[in-house]
Structures are given as C-alpha cells and as structure tokens.
Design a protein around this ligand. Sequence first.
Ligand code: 5GP
Length: 212
Amino acid sequence: MPGSLIQRRGLMLVLSSPSGAGKSTIARALLEQDEELFLSISLTTRDPRPGEEEGRDYFFVSEDAYHKKVEDGELLEHAKVFGNYYGTPRTLVEQHLTAGEDVLFDIDWQGTQQLRESARDDVISIFILPPSYEELEKRLTGRGQDSEEVVNKRMAKAADEMSHWPEYDYVIVNDVIEESIQNVQAILKAERLRRTRRLGLGKFVKSIRSIA
Ligand code: 5GP
C-alpha cells in the first residue's frame, strides 16, 4: 500500500464567528475545493430567509420537533442562539467520520463547547474575526437599508459572540479573504497529518520495515 493511502480518522472542523466576519464565504470555498470535506447541515426553528433552501442551508423544523429530537438524543449538540434553536443531527456526521471523511460545522460557541466535551480529540476549532470594528460595522450595515437601532443590535450580538475567541484552537483575522481561505486549508492539511488520526500508520510502518 502506498503511504499516501494510509487510512485516517475523520475530523470535525468547526468555524465560528460573529455574522459579518466572512465565515460563510470561507466555508463555501473550502467545500468547493476539498472533496474530503462535508458540511454538517443543522436544523433550526427559525424561518427560512429569502434564498435559503430546505436541506441545503438548514432543515427548518418546528419547536416541538426540535425538542423531540433533543429528548431522543438525535442531536450531537444543540443551543439557543439569539432567540432561535439550532442543532446538529447526529447520524450523517457519524457516517462521514466513520468513512474517514471530515465534517465542517458552522456553529456557535455553545455548540463548539459541547462538541469539544463529547469528542475532544476529533474537534478542531477556528474562530474568524473581522479585520476591524469599522469593517464589521460596514458589513453589518448591509446596503444601508437598516435602521441604526437594527445595526446597533447586530453589533452588540457580534461583540457578544466575539468574546469567546479564547476558547478556540485557532483564530483567523479575515482581512484578505483569499488568505483566510488558505490559512484554514493549511490548518486542515496539518491536522489531517497528525499521527493520532492516521489509523493505518502502524501497519504501514511495519510493511516498510519488513525485511524481505
Ligand atoms: P443564522 O440564523 O444567521 O443562520 O445563524 C445564527 C448563528 O447560529 C450562527 O452563529 C451559526 O453559526 C449558529 N448555528 C447555526 N447552526 C447551528 C447549530 O447547529 N448549532 C449551534 N450551536 N449553532 C448553530
């Protein structure tokens, strides 16, 4: 067996950030360029936004259905984020990990804490920060159609979310988007090479040490 085919264990790559930091753009680029990375689709009790699709962006569920899934242990993690409930369905994630594939999570700090508690060795967490206060404000102001009150509320939410940066393994300041994407790819590449994730390594080394 060539060394490049050594079997490995899938990892869980978590991206968190306040909205407006560029996380979705980074996630999209990663998923497009990496065939071994799959997105965990969360479920949520909030209403779909224009353009969002069931099963692609989220699974949209009622509060009753959400609470039932929590009770039945069907969620890997779950949290209330700014008034709505969110959770990660367990089955698909476990299927990917077992197949040696990696799973990308776009979840908040509460969900990240829960994943870390249940699977510390398999979780790599990255926090994305905006490059400056001014830039974040600009990104959250949108096309200038929102009232000052709405924008202030978004900034307060962002400040709240950002206070959790020290809980993450890596922090990326998203100034130039291409660089941020490359940085996340570099983290992923290095983490995939970790000895402890490479299940077939012992067998491989044995094979190259055997004397004919
Ligand atoms: P939005 O409603 O804007 O799509 O997401 C709001 C926040 O909820 C984002 O910070 C996002 O990362 C987080 N979120 C989305 N899905 C999940 C999930 O399954 N679990 C947790 N804990 N947070 C989630």
